[in-house]
Write a protein that binds this ligand. Structure first.
Ligand code: SME
Length: 181
């Protein structure tokens, strides 16, 4: 979805800003990290923002920004809300994670989660995973906005996936980073 198709001016302008953030600076993993950080700092209902990429039957955490690190740096496709979104190739929104049997717990204060696949054609390259502290924090505006961001993330996601083996090793390579603030 292009910025022109996003009804809310705030999100429309933010999409243009996202394109600048992705293109201005080192590509690949650093671009994913910049977007995580910018999303979290710009949108108060995005408490934790991560980008997982798909390697075989497993998602690995390529970038994140939030108060705390997650223990879920690798998620098999058959686990969690993250696995569901990748398997079903669709955005999954959970209004209250306490009532979801699929939810993999990361943070005690998380109530909502939205997971948006990064897709190119029929192929899932990865996903944006966002946690919020309020029940039902995410609506159709968030979904439209984040789906448009996901399209912009195809080139940096492709670049990370094309990098030599080792970048998805769950932290040992140094590519799994976050601000931790
Ligand atoms: N809650 C996710 C796991 C990732 S953490 O939220 C960072 C899930 O259920 O798949």
């Amino acid at each position: 979805m292009s910025p022109e198709n996003i009804p809310e001016p705030r999100y429309r302008e933010a999409l243009r800003e996202a394109a600048r953030i992705i293109s201005q600076g080192p590509p690949g993993a650093p671009a994913l990290e910049r977007i995580c950080s910018w999303l979290r700092r710009g949108f108060s209902h995005y408490s934790w923002v991560g980008i997982y990429l798909l390697e075989g039957r497993e998602l690995f955490l390529a970038a994140w920004d939030g108060e705390q690190a997650t223990e879920h740096t690798r998620i098999p496709l058959d686990r969690g809300i993250c696995g569901m979104a990748a398997r079903e190739r669709r955005t999954v929104t959970v209004d209250d994670v306490r009532s979801s049997s699929d939810y993999l717990a990361c943070f005690l204060d998380t109530r909502s989660e939205i997971v948006v696949p990064i897709r190119e054609g029929g192929e899932v390259l990865g996903e944006i995973d966002i946690d919020g502290k309020a029940v039902a924090a995410y609506d159709a505006s968030d979904r439209r906005f984040l789906e448009a961001i996901a399209v912009q993330l195809i080139p940096p996601a492709r670049a990370v996936l094309a990098a030599p083996p080792g970048r998805g090793s769950g932290g040992a390579s140094g590519s799994v980073r976050g601000s931790g603030t």
